[in-house]
Design a protein around this ligand. Structure first.
Ligand code: 6GU
Length: 272
């Protein structure tokens, strides 16, 4: 996968050269290039922002440097024959980023990140990019319901979540199967040695060697943790994907299959 990041703060992308991602770049699984938006300004002050039409607080990024930067970055050697770029614009006004979107983006040959600062980028930049033949789609993406000062940290988050799904990036791809969000549930708690630490024991079942019992304990722990901290995820599970023991674990947390085939809190199911 090829990744281009356009920003006025290229130093923000330095962490992409560390750890797993740095290794993925050295082995060729990803190629990451960072570009300084100010290289495409034409005035002595290298200006990238201006006041919003219609008034209001804050500054917006002017379209001309973005247009020129995208012209050049998209004219680069394609990531493969006919490969088109998916343009990602990190913004708190975007669609929510989640594991399913990470998996979808991991199938793309080429991602280009346009990191805005201030109150965002003139809206015509995304509109114009969406009509370019080198662009397969434009996604405005938010990493959560809070506001950051710019898109750079969000781009780091998205690149890390996506790149670890690429073949050959994780040491052990089995790690992807059981982790949080892989099956719409949070992961069960993990324990390693020593078996007793500060008077806290590891649950006996995990040391029993009984793989069936261990799998059941982990599944129950996932369901209980998810019901406790992310009830919204339980509401999206389909009871058809749950066996009788899953349903019993959820019943113990106060959830029951509703008439529409989704789990409901017991009190709401009774109220209906
Ligand atoms: Cl993607 N950008 C900014 N600036 N703030 C955010 C965000 C993105 N996602 C959540 N907050």
């Amino acid at each position: 996968m090829r990744i281009d990041v356009i920003t006025i703060f290229p130093a923000y992308t330095e962490p992409l050269r560390l750890s797993l991602l740095g290794k993925a770049e050295r082995t060729g699984a990803v190629q990451i290039a960072t570009h300084d938006l100010r290289d495409w300004t034409t005035d002595v002050h290298r200006t990238v922002d201006d006041t919003p039409y219609g008034g209001g607080a804050g500054m917006l990024m002017r379209p001309e440097p973005w247009g020129a930067a995208l012209d050049d970055v998209l004219a680069g050697e394609p990531a493969g024959p006919g490969a088109r770029a998916r343009l990602i614009v990190p913004t708190p006004a975007g669609r929510p980023f989640d594991q399913a979107l990470a998996a979808e983006l991991a199938g793309a040959p080429w991602l280009v990140f346009a990191c805005g600062r201030y109150e965002g980028i003139d809206a015509r930049v995304a509109e114009h990019a969406g009509n370019r033949p080198e662009v397969s789609g434009v996604d405005e993406i938010s990493i959560g319901d809070y506001v950051l000062s710019g898109g750079e940290v969000a781009a780091l988050v998205i690149v890390e979540a996506v790149s670890r799904l690429l073949p050959g990036v994780l040491g052990n791809p089995d790690s992807l199967v059981e982790e949080s969000h892989a099956a719409g549930l949070l992961e069960y708690p993990g324990y390693t040695k020593p078996a007793l630490w500060r008077e806290l024991p590891v649950p006996d079942v995990l040391r029993s060697g009984d793989h069936g019992a261990i799998a059941r304990w982990r599944r129950d722990a996932s369901l209980a943790r998810t019901a406790r901290v992310r009830p919204d995820l339980i509401g999206r599970l389909s009871p058809a994907q749950c066996d009788a023991k899953d349903r019993a674990a959820l019943a113990a947390q106060g959830w029951t299959p509703g008439p529409d085939g989704r789990f409901l809190p017991v009190d709401e199911a009774v109220a209906d």
